[in-house]
Ligand binder design. Sequence first.
Ligand SMILES: NC(=O)c1ccc[n+]([C@@H]2O[C@H](COP(=O)([O-])OP(=O)(O)OC[C@H]3O[C@@H](n4cnc5c(N)ncnc54)[C@H](O)[C@@H]3O)[C@@H](O)[C@H]2O)c1
Length: 311
Amino acid sequence: MPRILVTGGAGFIGGSLAESLAKEKTNDIVIIDDLSTGSKSKIPVSKHKNVEFIKCDVNEWRDLSGVMYAHAFDYIFHYAAVVGVKRTLDHPVNVLKDLSGIKNLLYFAKNSGVKRVYFSSSSEVYGESIHFPQHEETTPLNSRLPYAIVKNASEAYLKSFQHEYGLEYTIFRFFNTYGPRQSKDFVVSKFIARALKNETIQIYGDGKQMRTFCFIDDNVDACITAFKENKYINDVVNIGGDIEITILDLAKTIIKLTKSKSKIEHLAPLPEGDMSRRKPDLARMRKLLNRKPVPLEEGLKRLINNTTHIL
Ligand SMILES: NC(=O)c1ccc[n+]([C@@H]2O[C@H](COP(=O)([O-])OP(=O)(O)OC[C@H]3O[C@@H](n4cnc5c(N)ncnc54)[C@H](O)[C@@H]3O)[C@@H](O)[C@H]2O)c1
């Protein structure tokens, strides 16, 4: 029975991953989360007997050690992090604390028989790219902001522990992901929440920033295939969507789908951190997904019908 630790499992992606892992009755899952942005309502603990929740701050060695000593984990999905463009820009010192989390986990993992660590990195490691689509090997990592630097340094930690101690890893570089369980700090859920209340939708700058969006089921299914089929060991995989849309068109699409009366208001551009374009090379992810990704309008409709966490 594989014993799996999911950090950040009371959050959007971690909670969705844990829910999917829990369907396999032979998986024994422990979720840890400090509930800083997550919530107990996102944890699939009541529905599944094979899921346990422990409130714990990964960045605090003393807090984490009890969990690690009490369980002999086979696999770790490290998804806990300070997230959100505004939050990470406003609280860079907090963001930097996440370097302790990856370091703590890796030291415990190497000494306690963990077979592999899966890590949620981010498209932000590419920084403001001039190279599209962004490829895992060939696109330079221009990370400059603390959030991106922490993800980049965490990737370096994983590679170094593999090199020196043989601890296996898989790095997932997530691009914009959306779906039920996401908090309304994020663009898609924020726009939907406002559209459903006919409130003004605010956009930073002219809204011509190009983005791609990945529905949560595509993210989780691809990551679980990598896990179950032992794919991309000691490797990096972009996980995202590859159909580009401007933020302005996203707002218009959401207004159309919700039949909303919301108006669009343009705010001053963010001083930094709002990249003009992101588009992943998804050749590796396609080999994991083995089906067509959920189209944006279809994913938006599913989220509009399941707004528990955003209204
Ligand atoms: N959502 C996206 O589009 C996206 C894109 C790129 C990368 N990511 C990465 O994916 C991961 C999950 O993000 P998400 O969108 O689900 O965000 P989220 O905020 O919903 O989930 C993060 C969870 O981590 C928890 N957490 C934060 N710091 C912690 C700590 N020190 N100890 C324990 N728990 C802690 C929070 O309470 C929360 O439940 C993060 O690592 C994030 O950087 C997400």
